[in-house]
Design a protein around this ligand. Structure first.
Ligand SMILES: Cc1cc2nc3c(=O)[nH]c(=O)nc-3n(C[C@H](O)[C@H](O)[C@H](O)COP(=O)(O)O)c2cc1C
Length: 189
C-alpha cells in the first residue's frame, strides 16, 4: 500500500479529464493504495503568487493540499493537451510546491480528443516533473479520443485501456516501492 496523489489537469466546465482522473483513482484503489484526488476545479487556486513554503499563513485548503503532496509516495498527473503542452491549471497547481515532491516517482497520463492521446503534452510534463524532483516512470499512458473512451457517467467504454493500465500501474508500483525503500535509507538532501 502506498499513498498516491492523482492530480487532474482540467478546470473546463465540460471537461473530459475528470473521468480519466477518477478512473485512475479507482484503478489505484483496486490495488489497495490510499489515493487522494487533487482537482484544480475544486481547489480554485489563484495563479501563483507565493509558493507554499513562502507563505506566512496559508489557507486551510492549501494546508491540506500540502499534507497530501508531502505525504504522497508518488504522483499521477493527468494532463489534457492544450496547444501541444499541459494545461495551465495543472502547471499552476504543481508550481505551489517543490521539495515536497523530491525523491518520489510520478506517472504521466495524458489524453485528448485526437488520435495521439496528448503525447506531446505528456512529453512536456516529463521535463517538468523531472525538474520538480519527481521523475516520471518510463511508460506513459496516453488516451486518445477521450470523448469516446468513456461514457457520460464516466464508465470506461474502451476496455482495452483496462488491460493496458494494469501493466502501467504495476510499473509505477515498482518505482514507488524502490524509491520508498531508498528514502528510508536516506536522501542526499
Ligand atoms: C485551448 C485548447 C487547446 C487544445 N489543443 C490541443 C492539442 O494541441 N492537441 C490535441 O490533441 N487536442 C487539443 N485540444 C482538444 C482537447 O484534446 C480536448 O478539448 C480535451 O477534451 C481537453 O481536455 P478537457 O476536456 O479535460 O479539458 C485543445 C483544447 C483546448 C481547449
Amino acid at each position: 500500500m502506498a499513498k498516491i496523489a492523482v492530480i487532474a489537469g482540467s478546470v473546463r466546465k465540460e471537461r473530459h479529464g475528470i473521468k480519466v482522473a477518477k478512473w485512475i483513482v479507482k484503478k489505484l484503489e483496486e490495488k489497495n493504495h490510499e489515493v487522494s484526488l487533487i482537482d484544480p476545479a475544486e481547489l480554485e487556486l489563484p495563479l501563483l503568487d507565493k509558493m507554499y513554503k513562502e507563505m506566512d499563513s496559508p489557507s486551510e485548503k492549501l494546508k491540506s493540499l500540502h499534507k497530501i503532496i508531502s505525504e504522497a509516495d508518488g504522483y499521477v498527473a493527468v494532463t489534457p493537451e492544450y496547444n501541444h503542452s499541459i494545461s495551465a491549471a495543472l502547471k499552476n497547481t504543481l508550481d505551489y510546491f517543490l521539495e515536497e515532491y523530491f525523491f518520489k516517482p510520478s506517472a504521466i497520463v495524458s489524453y485528448s480528443v485526437g488520435a495521439f492521446g496528448g503525447v506531446v503534452a505528456g512529453n512536456h510534463l516529463r521535463q517538468i516533473l523531472a525538474e520538480m524532483g519527481a521523475p516520471a516512470i518510463p511508460s506513459q499512458f496516453p488516451i486518445s479520443k477521450v470523448h469516446e473512451a468513456f461514457d457520460e457517467s464516466g464508465k470506461l467504454v474502451d476496455t482495452n485501456y483496462d488491460r493496458r493500465v494494469a501493466r502501467f500501474l504495476d510499473e509505477f508500483d515498482w518505482y514507488i516501492e524502490a524509491m520508498k525503500k531508498q528514502r528510508k535509507i536516506g536522501t542526499p538532501y
